[in-house]
Structure formats: structure tokens, C-alpha cells
Design a protein around this ligand. Structure first.
Ligand SMILES: O=C[C@H](O)COP(=O)(O)O
Length: 214
């Protein structure tokens, strides 16, 4: 299983969480990675953890003030990027452009979507992975894998129906290992989570609990 921890803009110490993700990754069969804010990518990547960007724009070098350039996040140490997160929704053409930009910079891609229909559309853009996240469950601690299992199973079918090479993550409300196991049972190859780790009193303990049953 792939466990991607999105730090969003939570007020956690990104390096402390990154070191915990790195250490727990070394203790488990699962692959763990962390997505800090863009300005923290370099410091986080220096810990040795697998580091992802939270977003890249569909742009190239040039006149794009305030833009997030795929080459720059790769140069800072990111190996992949989220695209179209629920909190950073983009139009279809811009999602497509961001996937192309990430490919150009050799970044892996996870395109997020709300539901199975959108997952099919996202898979058609040729990312490495897609992630289904019902927005209403994000940050609630109510896990999608048990609260809305059909949406995960249908997302897996939708992606497979478009491109069998695109694997599916699920996210929203994932906090413990049982949630991760339930996601795996539904055909997901990983989870995308945030508050369960970034807001935990002890992020390392939260990470260990996530991978313990795997
Ligand atoms: O990127 C992560 C997702 O939005 C899930 O967030 P959450 O784990 O806080 O529900």
C-alpha cells in the first residue's frame, strides 16, 4: 500500500513529520510519502523521505507570477505531485496541462476527484494514480473506506475501465490501520490522508498505527 500524507497548511512541524514518515516507511512493507507546502519541499526532501508537492500549475518557465512550476518542485526534491485536490480544484484543461507539466519534469502524478465518474475522467488524462475523496468526509475522521465503501469500489472499476495502468488511492477521514485495510479490501492501492497525522499529538504514533495491520 502507498500512504501519502498531505500536510496541507496545518501548523505542524514539516520536518518532524517528515522524519517520522521516513522512519516508519523503513519499518513497514508499505511505501510512505509526505506532501508538505511548496516552500517546505526542500527542507523536507533533505530528510530523505519521499516528498511530494501538493500542487503544480499547467505552466512552463516564463511569465507566470505566483505559479508553481513542476520543474521547480522537482528541483527542490519532490518526486511527485497531487493535482486537482478537493481544496485546489481545477478545470479539465488545466488538470490535463498540470499532468503534462509534471510528466515533463519527471514527477509522478496523483489526480484527485470527488466521485467515480470524475475518477474515470481523471484516469483518461494518463496520470500514474488517481485518488477518490468525497469532499464531505475530508477532515471528519469518518473514513471513506467504511462510511462509503461503494464509492471506493466504483472508483476502482471506473479507473480500470479507462486505463488498467492507473492505480487508485482513496482518501478522506482515514485515521487508522483498519481504515487502510478496508481500502485495500476494496481494491485501492493506497490512501491519501492529512488530519489523522498532521493534527495528531504524536504524528509518529499515528503513522505506526496506520501501518501496523499491513
Ligand atoms: O489530502 C488529504 C485528504 O483531503 C484527506 O484529508 P483528511 O485525512 O484530513 O480527511
Amino acid at each position: 500500500m502507498f500512504v501519502l500524507v498531505n500536510l496541507k497548511t496545518y501548523p505542524c512541524d514539516p520536518v518532524e513529520v517528515a522524519e517520522a514518515v521516513r522512519d516508519v516507511d523503513r519499518e513497514t512493507e508499505a511505501t510512505l510519502a509526505v506532501a508538505p507546502q511548496a516552500a517546505h519541499i526542500e527542507r523536507v526532501a533533505e530528510t530523505g523521505v519521499e516528498t511530494w508537492a501538493q500542487h503544480v500549475d499547467p505552466i512552463a518557465h516564463g511569465s507566470n507570477t505566483g505559479g508553481t512550476l513542476a520543474e521547480t518542485v522537482a528541483d527542490a526534491g519532490a518526486v511527485g505531485t497531487l493535482i486537482n485536490h478537493s481544496e485546489r480544484r481545477r478545470r479539465l484543461a488545466d488538470i490535463d496541462g498540470a499532468v503534462r507539466a509534471a510528466d515533463r519534469a519527471d514527477l509522478e502524478t496523483v489526480v484527485c476527484a470527488n466521485n467515480p465518474a470524475q475518477i474515470g475522467a481523471a484516469a483518461a488524462l494518463g496520470p500514474d494514480r488517481v485518488a477518490v475523496e468525497p469532499p464531505e468526509l475530508i477532515g471528519t475522521g469518518t473514513p471513506v473506506s467504511t462510511a462509503d465503501p461503494d464509492i471506493v469500489a466504483e472508483a476502482v472499476s471506473a479507473a480500470a475501465g479507462v486505463d488498467g495502468e492507473v492505480s487508485v488511492l482513496c482518501g478522506a477521514g482515514i485515521t487508522d490501520g483498519e481504515d487502510v485495510l478496508a481500502a485495500a479490501d476494496l481494491g485501492a492501492e493506497g490512501v491519501l490522508l492529512a488530519s489523522g497525522v498532521a493534527k495528531a499529538d504524536d504524528p509518529r504514533e499515528a503513522l505506526e498505527a496506520l501501518v501496523e495491520p499491513l
